[in-house]
Design a protein around this ligand. Structure first.
Ligand code: CP3
Length: 333
C-alpha cells in the first residue's frame, strides 16, 4: 500500500506522507526553463511528453509521495469549447460563453479534445519513478469552474456584479459541469489516476444557496468517484465550516486551507486531513519553517494526516526551503 493510502484508507497515524499543491510549477527552475520555450499554457498542458517531464520534476527533486498530473482545472471549460487563455502576469482569461456551442459537445468530442491528458496518465503509470507512489488526477469543483466561466478572469477582486444576473445560464452550466466533470474523472481513473482531488478554490465566495453551489454539486462528484473505487480528496478553500462540509459531503480526505485552525478541527472531523500550512511560511526562514511544520505534525500526531499546504506553493519559493520542509516531515517521529 502507498504511504498516502496507508493514511487515507487504513487510517494509519504512524506515517506522514507529503506532497504539495502546485508542486509542478513556477518555483522550479526546470519548469521555468520548459515554460520559456512554450508560451501557450494550454498547448503545454496538451503536450503529453512535456507534461510527463513536468509532472515528474518535483518527484525527482524531492521524492514526494505523490505525483499530481501537470494540467489545469480550466481544461474542462476548454474541452467544452470555451476559449481559455493564460496571460503573463495576469492569469486566466476566458472567452464569451456560447451555450449553443457548449450544449452541442458530446462525450466523445470532449474526451478527444482532452485525450493528451489521458495519454499523460497512461504513460505515467508505466514510470518506475512512481513506484509505491500515488498518481493524483484532479478536477475543479462545479462552483469554481462556474466562477471562471462566467467571471472570465480570476475573482480575486470579487465576483463581477452581473454574476448572478442570468439564473438560466447558471443552471445550464451547472448541469453541463456535473456531466462533463464526471466524464473527466472517469477518463482519468480509467487512465491510471489512483486518487482524485476536487479543487474548489473559490468556495469561500459562496455567501448564499450553499446546497445549490457547494454541497449538492460536490456530493454528486464525490459519490461518483467513490463508485469508481478511487479515494477522493476535497479542497473547499475558504469555507468557514469544515466539519459540516465533511459531514455532508463525506470525502475520503479533506484538504484544509491556512485560515483554518487545525487544533480545533481534529475534535470535530473524523476523516483523514491533508494540508493547512500557509505557503508564505516557505518564504520566511528555516527556523520559522521548522516551528510551523512541527506544529502541524504534532497537532495531527494521532490523526491520519498527509502533509501539504493550505494553498498552492508560491512561485517565489526557494528550492532549499522545500528541501528543508521535506527533511523535517521525513524525520518526524
Ligand atoms: O498542483 C500541481 O502541481 C499540478 C498542476 C496544477 C496547475 N493548476 C498547473 C498550473 C493544478 C492542480 C492546478 C489547479 C488550478 N488551476 C486551480 C486550483 C488550485 C488553486 O490554485 O486554487 C486553479 C484555481 C487554477 C486556475 C489557474 N491556472 C490560475 C488561477 C492560474 C494562473 C495564476 C497562478 O496562480 O498560477 C493558472 C496557471 C497555472 N496552472 C500554472 C501552473 C503551473 C502557472 C502557469 C504559468 O504561468 O507558468
Amino acid at each position: 500500500m502507498t504511504p498516502i493510502k496507508e493514511c487515507l484508507v487504513n487510517k494509519n497515524t504512524n506515517t506522514n506522507p507529503i506532497w504539495l499543491m502546485r508542486q509542478a510549477g513556477r518555483y522550479l527552475p526546470e519548469f521555468r526553463d520548459i515554460r520559456k520555450h512554450n508560451t501557450n499554457f494550454i498547448t503545454l498542458c496538451l503536450n503529453s511528453d512535456l507534461s510527463e517531464t513536468i509532472t515528474l520534476q518535483p518527484i525527482e527533486r524531492f521524492n514526494f509521495d505523490a505525483a499530481i498530473i501537470f494540467s489545469d482545472i480550466l481544461m474542462v471549460p476548454y474541452g467544452l469549447g470555451q476559449k481559455v487563455e493564460f496571460k503573463k502576469n495576469f492569469g486566466p482569461n476566458l472567452g464569451e460563453i456560447d451555450l449553443n456551442v457548449l450544449s452541442s459537445i458530446n462525450e466523445l468530442t470532449f474526451s478527444q479534445r482532452l485525450s493528451p491528458i489521458y495519454k499523460l496518465l497512461k504513460n505515467l503509470t508505466k514510470s518506475k519513478k512512481l513506484e509505491n507512489k500515488d498518481l493524483i488526477g484532479f478536477v475543479g469543483a462545479p462552483w469554481t469552474l462556474l466562477v471562471y466561466m462566467i467571471n472570465k478572469i480570476s475573482p480575486k477582486n470579487g465576483l463581477s456584479e452581473i454574476f448572478y444576473n442570468d439564473p438560466g445560464l447558471i443552471d445550464e452550466l451547472l448541469r453541463l459541469l456535473d456531466k462533463f466533470i464526471k466524464i473527466h474523472i472517469k477518463n482519468q481513473v480509467n487512465s491510471g489516476a489512483t486518487i482524485i482531488q476536487i479543487f474548489d478554490s473559490w468556495a469561500g465566495l459562496i455567501k448564499k444557496d450553499f446546497d445549490k453551489y457547494l454541497y449538492d454539486p460536490t456530493v454528486s462528484l464525490v459519490n461518483y468517484t467513490k463508485e469508481l473505487g478511487v479515494p477522493v480528496v476535497c479542497f473547499p478553500r475558504g469555507i468557514t465550516d469544515y466539519p459540516k462540509f465533511c459531514e455532508i459531503v463525506k470525502p475520503d480526505m479533506v484538504n484544509i486551507d491556512y485560515n483554518t485552525k487545525p487544533e480545533k478541527l481534529i475534535e470535530n472531523i473524523d476523516i483523514p486531513i491533508q494540508g493547512g500550512m500557509d505557503p508564505k511560511i516557505l518564504l520566511t526562514d528555516k527556523k520559522k519553517l521548522r516551528y510551523e511544520v512541527l506544529r502541524y505534525l504534532k497537532i495531527f500526531r494521532d490523526h491520519p494526516y498527509v502533509f501539504n499546504l493550505g494553498h498552492g506553493i508560491l512561485p517565489e519559493t526557494q528550492i532549499d526551503m522545500v528541501d528543508e520542509l521535506v527533511k523535517i516531515v521525513r524525520e518526524f517521529k
